[in-house]
Design a protein around this ligand. Sequence first.
Ligand SMILES: Cc1cc2nc3c(=O)[nH]c(=O)nc-3n(C[C@H](O)[C@H](O)[C@H](O)COP(=O)(O)O)c2cc1C
Length: 235
Amino acid sequence: MPPPRWFQLYWSSDEELVDSFLSRAEEIDADAVVVTLDTTQLGWRPWDLDLGSLPFTRGVGIAQYTSDPRFSELVAERIAADEPEDPVKVTPQAVRTLLEMARNHPGGLLDNLRAPEPRAAVQTFLDTFSNPALSWDHITTLRERTRLPVVLKGVLHPDDARRAVDLGVDAVMVSNHGGRQVDGSIGSLDALVAVREAVGPEPTVLLDSGIRSGADVVKAMACGADAVTLGRPHL
Ligand SMILES: Cc1cc2nc3c(=O)[nH]c(=O)nc-3n(C[C@H](O)[C@H](O)[C@H](O)COP(=O)(O)O)c2cc1C
């Protein structure tokens, strides 16, 4: 049996893109949609900044977008609008970045080097990948927009967990994004007991952030999780 596939959704600021992702997730028979709630803006990540590790800005890791018909429309609209580009200072690093964008964009390298799409795609991604105004009003619409089970990831407050369950989501994932979003956030294990108490014994509660051993799994399950997931250990 193939392993289950969950589609992770960053709620875009473009609602048509959200619908396009949801329908693509259904087409591939995804087993669930996981909506990540805690990344409406990227956290301040000093290590990534120090290392210059910002792969999206080089067109790395955005194939989900560049393969999407609605996203392609947004890129075309940006190019057609013909807004003045931010001036680029020509440095070896800038040339390397443009080369990498062209290499990572669908299509041939030579064509991509001449075309505006690779850079416009990165800019469009950065503008639209997430919606800083994401609210419960958006989440409320999900039930009508997809037949797939819905998991809300990044719940830490018991009131939010209860509200999610009241809305009919299929599971909540207690997570602080592995500590990658809000420095000094509450630990997910510390949030778990109150979340379980708030939703009662029935709803599915998952947990991640900091699970490193079997003992950690047992502790999480003793505190109310039905299952745990892993980020960095898997990497
Ligand atoms: C390199 C990296 C990229 C990640 N990207 C995403 C992502 O795109 N969406 C998401 O919901 N979580 C993302 N996460 C967070 C993980 O899904 C997960 O919540 C976290 O890593 C769990 O903590 P752990 O690493 O201690 O197991 C990412 C984590 C890492 C380390």
